[in-house]
Design a protein around this ligand. Structure first.
Ligand SMILES: NC(=O)c1ccc[n+]([C@@H]2O[C@H](COP(=O)([O-])OP(=O)(O)OC[C@H]3O[C@@H](n4cnc5c(N)ncnc54)[C@H](OP(=O)(O)O)[C@@H]3O)[C@@H](O)[C@H]2O)c1
Length: 266
């Protein structure tokens, strides 16, 4: 069941069409993809998001990634969640190529320590070489190590600045950015006013927040407009977009992105 502009069932193949991307030629578009429980936890008792996720939530994650340019994560999430390689989906190749995209999204990681799992079989085996954003003061030996398997971008400052990360990605033509967290990186993206969309899954469980990193208060929270609610397996998948003053909302429309059905047909 879908509550929103197109009420009715949505099968897996059509899911990407209800998470459209806008034209990002002039401006990047940053969407967050997170799951949380009824009591606001971002991880279960194993400290991972998988234990509070479910099949429907994972379908939405895949649909959102499908035509993204970038999957952006913090180093903490990369390590904790053990990200594997991002691979191209053959059935999407033509649609991505027609849109001027690489065959698969680029995995972009933000890390100061560069203490990342670089072993073969992990994220460094992605179809597109991952990009690691770090600081100019990062340990040179670690920079050298990471550079063997990833592109490394060193930015000024004590911490990597989220705004510069998004700018750098956009300059490379990578404007469709899905930030998959964790809470630490998402906080920085939000605080920098970069968040255009929040795709939040509510999981039907209460687990406590002991394993969820706390983040500082954002003093100037943005307002979001609800675009749709999907529900399956007792989960709610909410799509919110940034509310633009005066216009009510600023959501990209389904015309802005090739649909999943077009992908399957080509
Ligand atoms: N529920 C969900 O949807 C979801 C999604 C993602 C993660 N999670 C969970 O959230 C937890 C991780 O949360 P977290 O907030 O710690 O994750 P995070 O934001 O991915 O990681 C924080 C770490 O990433 C690096 N980092 C982030 N921003 C940086 C910056 N601006 N400059 C330099 N380094 C930066 C730092 O580590 P280094 O310098 O050591 O790299 C920092 O300690 C895990 O339990 C994970 O399973 C849940």
């Amino acid at each position: 069941m879908l509550h929103g502009p197109q009420p009715g069932p949505v099968d897996d193949d059509a899911l990407s069409a209800v998470y459209p991307w806008p034209d990002t030629t002039d401006k990047p578009y940053v969407r967050a993809m997170m799951v949380c429980t009824l009591d606001g936890a971002a991880a279960g008792d194993d400290g991972l998001s998988g234990s509070v996720s479910g099949g429907a939530d994972r379908s939405v994650l895949r649909a959102v990634r499908r035509f993204a340019d970038v999957v952006l994560v913090g180093g903490g999430t990369m390590k904790a969640e053990g990200y594997g390689p991002l691979k191209a989906r053959p059935e999407d190749a033509d649609v991505r190529r027609d849109a001027g995209q690489a065959p698969a999204p680029v995995l972009a990681v933000v890390s100061g320590s560069l203490d990342l799992p670089l072993d073969p079989g992990g994220f460094t085996d992605s179809d597109v070489t991952p990009i690691v954003f770090t600081t100019e003061s990062a340990d040179p030996a670690r920079v050298e190590d990471v550079r063997k398997r990833c592109e490394v971008v060193q930015l000024p400052g004590e911490k990597v600045d989220a705004e510069q990360v998004v700018q750098q990605l956009h300059h490379r033509g990578l404007g469709r950015i899905v930030c998959e967290g964790g809470p630490g990186l998402l906080h920085q993206v939000t605080q920098s006013g970069l968040l255009d969309e929040a795709d939040i899954t509510i999981a039907p469980m209460l687990v406590g927040t002991d394993k969820t990193p706390s983040t500082p208060m954002v003093s100037d929270p943005g307002t979001m407009t609800l675009q749709h609610v999907l529900t399956a397996e007792e989960f709610l998948m909410l799509r919110y977009t940034r509310t633009t003053a005066g216009t009510g909302d600023a959501e990209p429309t389904a015309d802005d992105v090739p649909s999943a059905e077009q992908g399957a047909a080509s």
